[in-house]
Write a protein that binds this ligand. Structure first.
Ligand SMILES: NC(=O)c1ccc[n+]([C@@H]2O[C@H](COP(=O)([O-])OP(=O)(O)OC[C@H]3O[C@@H](n4cnc5c(N)ncnc54)[C@H](OP(=O)(O)O)[C@@H]3O)[C@@H](O)[C@H]2O)c1
Length: 381
């Protein structure tokens, strides 16, 4: 029995994780769930799965109706306690944003396998996260479908045999539009993703391609490749989840119809493979045609900005990530235009500048400064 804690169980990845667990009661057991404010949904989940521990991160959220046999707690430190519990084998980090960094570090330091959806924690705290994984002798198994694909293509192969990896990107709802067209797009249009059904923040990141930049940085840390050997290509059908090219020119890819339940199942059961009849069988004829396009850097400048932040290193990826979180929220609230998200993030990156990182506090400070500076840039518009 694999004992699982799900951080962010009420979100899109969290709910998909629970559906996977529900189909394999003989294999997986939920020991703790957390939400930010969705107390009602969390209550339903702990009742449905008989989970003994429930945590609400936001202390100002409504108080839960007491549920027999469930221990309720609240606050950020209670989320950290869940990540570090002794009775857990796998921590699923399905939180959104840099709020996931400290739980990621806590889970790894405790020696738990980290099934990581929260890419922002790896982007913001890259070296620190790898250090915590080494110190805790803990695995990070990605849930992002692209990184899961790469892991599956790489298994059992010598790292020196890899020439490059190519991450696929759906291109989002605005694929093919130019910068001028994008000036007037509304949040409701940006939230309509053509192939994936996800939380609001990652859906906007997919529309701007900031998500793909975060994934490039994530891949750099997960697979220890330098940025010259990590590329992205637009693949609108989201069937090929990524490619790995080896030094002899041979290319492996992992395919499947888009569903997050497959990479979630793989991350929970890794390195085993578990049969799951509920997952849609692949059919190459139905999946056809599979097409590819280059990334349009002019229309989607957040992609280049994010990769540059990764190349700059230090606190720059944390600054990009925090600035982007503020920009996404401001766009969703109608305070800035779609195209202004890149402008305010670029401004924040210039104003905050380079900072070395040697501790979590360095990352948190850079994150806080970037949020402040980006908010000022938003207010100035
Ligand atoms: N959705 C996907 O298909 C997908 C695919 C690949 C990677 N990812 C990554 O997975 C992560 C989660 O994405 P999602 O789409 O599942 O997000 P989501 O639907 O917005 O869910 C986020 C979850 O985290 C909780 N949460 C939000 N802010 C929090 C905070 N400050 N402290 C503690 N808990 C907080 C939310 O609780 P409440 O419900 O109470 O707000 C919810 O349970 C992101 O990093 C995303 O990039 C997602």
């Amino acid at each position: 029995m694999i004992r699982i804690a799900v951080l962010g169980s009420t979100g899109s990845i969290g709910r998909s994780t629970l559906e996977v667990v529900a189909r394999h009661p003989d294999r997986f057991q939920l020991v703790a769930l957390t939400a930010n404010r969705s107390v009602g949904t969390l209550g339903e989940q702990v009742r449905r799965f008989n989970v003994p521990v429930a945590v609400v991160a936001d202390e100002t959220a409504e108080r839960p109706v007491s549920t027999a046999g469930v221990s309720w707690a609240s606050g950020r430190s209670a989320v950290l306690d869940v990540a570090g519990r002794d009775d857990v084998d796998v921590v699923v980090n399905a939180l959104v944003g840099a709020a996931g960094l400290e739980p990621t570090l806590r889970a790894l330091s405790a020696g738990h396998r980290l099934a990581l959806a929260n890419k922002e924690s790896l982007v913001a705290g890259g070296e620190l996260v790898l250090r915590a994984a080494r110190a805790g002798s803990a695995d990070i198994v990605p849930i992002d479908s692209e990184h899961s694909a790469i892991l599956q293509c790489l298994r059992g192969r010598d790292a020196a045999s890899v020439h490059r990896i190519v991450l696929t990107a759906s291109g989002g709802p605005f694929r093919g539009r130019n910068r001028e067209d994008l000036e007037r797009v509304q949040p409701s249009e940006a939230l309509r993703h053509p192939t994936w059904d996800m939380g609001a923040k990652i859906t906007i990141d997919s529309a701007t391609l900031a998500n793909k930049a975060l994934e490039v940085v994530e891949a750099r840390y997960l697979y220890d490749l330098d940025y010259d050997h990590i590329e992205a290509v637009v693949h609108p059908q989201s069937v090929i989840h990524s490619f790995v090219e080896f030094v002899d020119g041979s290319v492996l890819a992992q395919l499947g119809f888009p569903t997050m339940e497959l990479p979630i199942l793989y991350a929970l059961s890794y390195p085993e493979r578990v049969a799951d009849r509920a997952l849609r069988t692949f059919d190459p004829v139905e999946a056809s045609p599979l097409t590819f396009e280059a990334v349009d850097h002019d229309a989607f400048p957040l992609f280049g900005l994010g990769v540059q932040a990764g190349r700059d290193g230090g606190a720059s990826p944390a600054v990009f990530n925090a600035g982007n979180e503020v920009a996404v929220q401001a766009f969703l609230e109608g305070r800035i235009r779609f195209t202004e998200m890149a402008d305010v993030v670029g401004e924040a990156m210039k104003r905050v500048g380079d900072h070395p990182v040697s501790s979590v506090q360095d990352v948190l400070d850079a994150d806080a400064e970037a949020r402040l500076v980006t908010s000022e840039a938003v207010d100035a518009r």
